[in-house]
Design a protein around this ligand. Structure first.
Ligand SMILES: Cc1ncc(COP(=O)(O)O)c(C=O)c1O
Length: 319
């Protein structure tokens, strides 16, 4: 039994920046550098460069119905993030897969969320990552709730964030780095505007994605989403939903998208491991379509749930 949970109180005002409450778990078990330990013993050094510089990478992964959804895809992306930043993960992908499902089993979690972090490890003050001899590995199996249950029925309100996605010339948007300040700045804008989410544009002003989700629009029965080259993360949920939509016979186009495409869409929805699939009904104070979650979106959500609950890597529970 896992008792850690985030309670989403109300996202509609800046005051609610403080409205999340966290019930600390006394019996949560954490994987830390090869051992599964109680949360109270899961401690890392203040000299870990993951903390000092946000030097490291991470993944967020869902557990549905006793299976880990698209685990290999998440781990491939994790190892690619690490490789891109010259970070050697001290265990193989297969060993990471085993460690992940064993952490879920240790917590007897049938549905939930896994946060897997690789930190650069302990080293002296100063940026030099080559002075950190061994990367740290942390696996948390718990829960996550980005938006209230009501928003999955009524849809999200979006704004355009002034904060842009970083240019790949600075850091590839494909690296899920431990430094999410760019996205956090954009999220602050959304909350201060009384919205739950926001569209982040790339340096050229084209739509990239949201603060932690990919974006899709539907117009005239066809589906459109920004290309990865626009600065969108190559989302695992994005890919799963594209597969679902193609099975439904829908045509899906990856395009260079402007805000106009969202303003004039019939339907809009977001995808992400934490967010799952959620409709958006307003953008920059304009209604999207008739301002209600769309019928195709509802069908896509239903089919995605079937896929998520019927596939994935089984967890070796002891009972
Ligand atoms: C910036 C960003 N975009 C999109 C996503 C959605 O990706 P995925 O579906 O792989 O979780 C995430 C979450 O990982 C994210 O952090």
């Amino acid at each position: 039994m896992v008792s850690a949970m985030f309670v989403f109180a109300n996202s509609s005002s800046p005051a609610t920046l403080h409205a999340y409450s966290f019930m600390a778990a006394s019996n949560l078990l954490i994987y830390l550098d090869g051992k599964i330990v109680p949360e109270s013993e899961a401690k890392i050094s203040v000299f870990d460069h993951g903390l000092l510089y946000g030097d490291g990478c991470f993944e967020g992964i869902r557990i549905y119905n006793g299976r880990v959804f698209r685990l290999t895809e998440h781990l491939v992306r994790l190892y690619e993030s690490a490789r891109s930043i010259c970070l050697t993960i001290p265990i193989s992908l297969e060993e990471m897969e085993k460690a992940t499902v064993e952490t879920v089993a240790a917590n007897n979690l049938r549905d939930g969320y896994i946060r897997l972090l690789i930190t650069r490890g302990v080293g002296p003050l100063g940026l030099n990552p080559y002075q950190c001899p061994k990367a740290g590995i942390i696996i948390i199996a718990s829960g996550i709730s980005l938006y209230s249950a009501e928003k999955y029925e009524t849809g999200l309100n979006l704004i355009t964030c002034a904060t842009r996605r970083p240019t790949p010339a600075a850091l590839s948007p494909q690296v899920k780095s431990l430094n999410y300040l760019n996205n956090i700045m954009a999220k602050i804008e959304c909350i201060q505007a009384g919205c739950e989410e926001g569209i982040m544009l790339n340096e050229q002003g084209y739509v990239a994605e949201c603060t932690g989700d990919n974006v899709f629009v539907i117009k005239g029965g066809q589906v459109y989403t920004p290309t990865i080259a626009s600065g969108a993360l190559n989302g695992i949920t994005r890919m799963a939903v594209i597969e679902v939509m193609r099975e439904m016979g829908l045509q899906v186009h990856e395009i260079t998208m402007t805000r106009h495409e969202i303003y004039t869409a019939d339907e809009c929805f977001l995808t992400g491991t934490a967010a799952e699939v959620i409709p958006a009904v307003q953008y920059d104070r304009r209604l999207i379509g008739d301002g209600k979650p769309g019928k195709l979106t509802a069908d896509i959500i239903k089919r995605f749930k079937v896929l998520a609950n019927s596939t994935g890597t089984p967890v070796p529970y002891s009972a």
